[in-house]
Design a protein around this ligand. Structure first.
Ligand SMILES: [Fe+2]
Ligand SMILES: [Fe+2]
Length: 299
């Protein structure tokens, strides 16, 4: 018998919806909750252009009881086709303003508590960025890693479009985000578990299956390597890698929930994209990382 005192909804998660692609836009247009009590976590890369991001989050907010967003690198681009030409922190704050007008929660809001089935748990949307410390094999420094990337032709578009203003570098912006986020997480009730949500993986392991290992430097920071333990994560939700999967690290569930580009998801035969259920926990086979297939394209 289900516990009638617990809300019927589910805590669900998506990421990397990339709605500038018409095929992806159609998927988002058809995403619907099972229940009005369902919450949806949107873990970044909803789109590149501010109007597209607003459309995606607004469409989802009309349907789901609560929507929680954190930015991906694509949202932080100052794309030449975007009428909004704000850069860095100003662009991020502009997007936070859009979310507030839509009723979408962001990393700048008090962390909500999921009280439904599988809860209670504090849902913490994070914006940590990256600091080039996920060095690819063969590189001992950022300069070496960047030289490897340049030599192999795998250069992240962030280098041209993701401006760190007013910080002097993306690493400095990342460091400021980490400092502010740690203070908030440390102040949480230590008796409460968390659901940590960040566009980039909090740990290095998931990047080891990238088709282009040199791309790892744009995928996270070593400084968050133990956060799933330190901050009592019941689950960690992320995207960015476009390698949807469930893995377990130190007994903690990590959910990569990307849709990805049409050229990627169309190669996943028989799998219709749907939001991943985070809570209540449903039965899943535990897949060791080595069994998992690397997807063909970098994010
Ligand atoms: Fe993405
Ligand atoms: Fe991304």
């Amino acid at each position: 018998m289900p516990d009638a005192s617990v809300a019927a909804g589910k805590l669900l998660a998506v990421s990397d919806l990339h709605v500038s692609f018409q095929e992806n836009r159609e998927i988002v247009a058809n995403l619907r909750p099972e229940s009005a009590d369902d919450w949806l976590l949107v873990a970044g890369d909803a789109g590149d252009i501010s109007g597209d991001i607003e459309w995606a989050l607004g469409t989802l907010r009309e349907r789901f009881g609560t929507v929680v967003w954190c930015p991906g690198n694509h949202e932080l681009w100052t794309h030449p086709a975007d009428p909004v030409q704000l850069r860095g922190e100003q662009r991020y704050q502009h997007l936070v303003g859009i979310c507030r007008s839509l009723g979408v929660l962001t990393p700048e809001d008090p962390y909500p508590v999921w009280d439904g089935a599988g809860g209670p748990a504090i849902v913490a949307p994070l914006f940590l960025l990256y600091d080039y410390t996920f060095l690819p094999p063969g590189a001992a420094t950022k300069d070496e890693a960047m030289a490897m990337a340049a030599g192999s032709g795998v250069m992240c578009t962030d280098e041209r479009l993701l401006h760190p203003d007013p910080y002097p570098s993306r690493e400095a912006w990342c460091q400021a985000r980490i400092g502010a986020t740690v203070r908030r997480l440390e102040a949480l009730d230590p008796a409460m578990p968390t659901i940590l949500m960040n566009h980039f993986p909090l740990i290095r392991d998931p990047t080891r299956n990238l088709r282009h290992p040199v791309f790892a430097q744009w995928c996270g920071t070593e400084q968050s390597a133990a956060w799933h333990l330190r901050f009592r994560a019941g689950a960690v939700v992320y995207g960015h890698l476009h390698m949807p999967r469930t893995t377990w690290h130190d007994g903690v569930r990590f959910e990569e929930v990307s849709l990805g580009y049409p050229g990627e998801w169309q190669r996943r035969p028989g799998l219709r994209y749907a939001p991943r259920q985070i809570l209540p926990l449903c039965c899943r086979r535990r897949l060791p990382l080595r069994e998992m297939r690397a997807d063909p394209l970098p994010p």
